[in-house]
Design a protein around this ligand. Structure first.
Ligand SMILES: CC(=O)N[C@H]1[C@@H](OP(=O)(O)O)O[C@H](CO)[C@@H](O)[C@@H]1O
Ligand SMILES: [Mg+2]
Length: 532
């Protein structure tokens, strides 16, 4: 790295707005025009991270399910997982630097404190379909190049595709986009072989995002093994009244689905295709029956546990299976997992980085946020055991197919579709059987705008408020008055709001509880605008 070149390059990406962005639940996010300096500095950071680890890192320009005017950046470690949490502080420090001198000073400090060797590294870059992508990818590439490292532009990809590619590349395995489809498609074909396809195809809401084109390639590759009709595949209308986040929060039919028949099996991706929910039209109006991340986790657990059962022998301890959720998981799903599946449940704070880390502690760690972001991780020890059992065991072969098909780096809506389709197909189930496992408790989520969301701090996996003082007591008494009530609040890490979640025995009780708690937040935490 040449300091003069670095300083000259940094001066092109100073932050004129003086808005200091911070690394949130999944990286940086903001209105796109505020982002160039932050994305440039993320390019610097990921080149440094690659030098430190000796592996290839990744960076995806995306704001996921947020509006099209927003953009953001997600950072990928050489493992294919999200950036090591210990480095988030460096990301913030770089993003907060005032000018080229400040930026260079942080880079030098990073070299020193993290004991990073000088040299050249490689960073893979990708982006979703947002119009602001090109300028931001250019900024990221300039940051990587300013460190004397090599940016590899991988073009439009879903976020999980880039995570997968980084992971494969560092493992010395085939890692091109083509290899991704190959791995998923062959895994799926092996898993469903001998299990007839359902008579009805799947209808997928692609949120007018990057997942549309990518899922089409996968579906073509699988034809006739997977019959999928893709909708909301346009260049306009990203996440606008459609997509997995819309479905999960609004619980109504997305745009372009008004004509689907009542029983049809439908799924929805988000804007960067790392979230997946299934749904079914209910009644004549816009209402839907939602099959959220919790329910996908349960279905995945049923599939895995069925297959593992036959591997249990007297000689070896049974593989450990755990399901990781957040406080947003519907209480009925948690009860079902603990009482019926007899499976261990761990609860972590919101954000895949937390769930992923907890899931790694099991031989099979199944993690899903209620919003549909999650995957199934298999430990290296279990994978080795499955290979040893090899061709003699049908279940071992099916489990190995799952390992190939289910993205081991991060939650992936495309591999998620295959997971759900394969599980239903192997069980000869349609949506009614899946729905019948348990009944969701009515719930409601609200957002409250406050002057400064950082005044709200939490503990106990975000289920208790620590500050402002007095707020938790008010939430406790509201919860105590609601039949089977549960509620919590936390500051969002991706939007400028405090989120409220409430659950109760009836929908109107959940609605009332959420509203009451939202009012308490508004009055105690300096709410902006009218009280909810
Ligand atoms: C309640 C909710 O859905 N929160 C989402 C949302 O985070 P917040 O910190 O709540 O804004 O975006 C994250 C990134 O996509 C996702 O991991 C998380 O689950
Ligand atoms: Mg997303």
């Amino acid at each position: 790295m040449d300091l003069g070149t670095l300083k000259e390059s940094c001066s092109q990406y100073n932050n004129p707005s003086k808005v200091k962005l911070t690394y949130g639940t999944a990286g940086f996010r903001a209105e796109a025009s505020l982002l160039p300096s932050t994305v440039y500095r993320c390019g610097l950071l990921m080149a440094l991270r690659a030098l430190k680890t000796g592996g290839v890192t990744g960076l995806v320009v995306t704001a996921s399910h947020n509006p099209v005017e927003d953009n953001g950046v997600k950072l990928v470690d050489p493992t294919g997982y999200m950036l090591d949490q210990a480095w988030e502080a460096w990301a913030n420090k770089l993003a907060a630097a005032d000018d080229e001198d400040g930026t260079c000073a942080v880079v030098q400090e990073l070299f020193q404190v993290e004991d990073i060797p000088y040299g050249s590294s490689t960073v893979m870059l990708a982006h979703d379909t947002r119009p602001s992508a090109d300028a931001l990818v250019k900024a990221a590439a300039a940051g990587v190049a300013a460190m004397g490292s090599l940016p590899i532009a991988c073009g439009q990809l879903t976020t999980p595709q880039l995570h997968w590619m980084v992971r494969q590349c560092n493992a010395g395995l085939k890692h091109k986009e083509k290899a991704y489809y190959e791995a998923l498609a062959t895994g799926y074909a092996r898993l469903v072989s001998g299990h007839p396809a359902p008579s009805e195809g799947l209808i997928v809401d692609c949120a007018n995002g990057v997942g549309a084109a990518k899922l089409q390639v996968l579906a073509d590759r699988l034809a006739p093994g997977l019959s999928a009709e893709l909708r909301n595949t346009g260049a306009e209308g990203l996440n606008d009244c459609c997509g997995a986040d819309f479905l999960q929060k609004e619980r109504r039919l997305p745009a372009g689905f008004q004509d689907v028949p009542e029983g049809a099996r439908c799924a929805s991706l988000d804007g960067d295709a790392d979230r997946l929910v299934y749904f079914q039209r209910r009644g004549a109006a816009d209402e839907v029956h939602l099959f959220d991340g919790d329910r996908i986790a349960v279905l995945a657990a049923l599939l895995v546990m069925d297959l593992l059962r036959s591997l249990i022998t007297a000689e070896q301890p049974p593989p450990t299976v755990g399901i990781v959720q957040t406080a947003y998981a519907n209480g009925a799903s948690t009860a079902y997992i603990e009482e019926k599946l007899k499976c261990e449940v761990r609860v972590t704070p919101t954000g895949v980085k937390h769930l992923h880390a907890a899931a790694e502690e099991f031989d099979v760690g199944i993690y899903f946020e209620a919003n549909g972001h999650g995957t199934v991780l298999f430990s290296a020890a279990l994978v080795q055991r499955l290979h040893e059992l090899g061709d003699d065991s049908g279940p071992a072969k099916a489990l190995l197919a799952l390992v190939d098909m289910v993205n081991q780096a991060v939650g992936d809506a495309l591999s998620g579709v295959l997971l759900v389709e394969a599980a239903l197909r192997r069980k000869k189930w349609g949506l009614p059987e899946w729905a019948a496992l348990y009944t969701d408790l009515p719930s409601r989520q609200l957002k409250v705008k406050v002057a400064d969301r950082s005044v709200v701090t939490t503990s106990h996996a975000e289920t208790r408020v620590e500050s402002p003082s007095g707020l938790q007591q008010l939430i406790d008494s509201a919860v105590a008055a609601a039949p089977s009530g549960r509620a919590f609040v936390r500051p969002s890490g991706t939007e400028d709001v405090v989120r409220v979640y409430a659950e109760a025995a009836t929908q109107s009780a959940a609605d009332d509880l959420a509203r009451l708690v939202a009012r308490h937040v508004h009055s105690i935490a300096a709410g902006v605008g009218l009280s909810p």
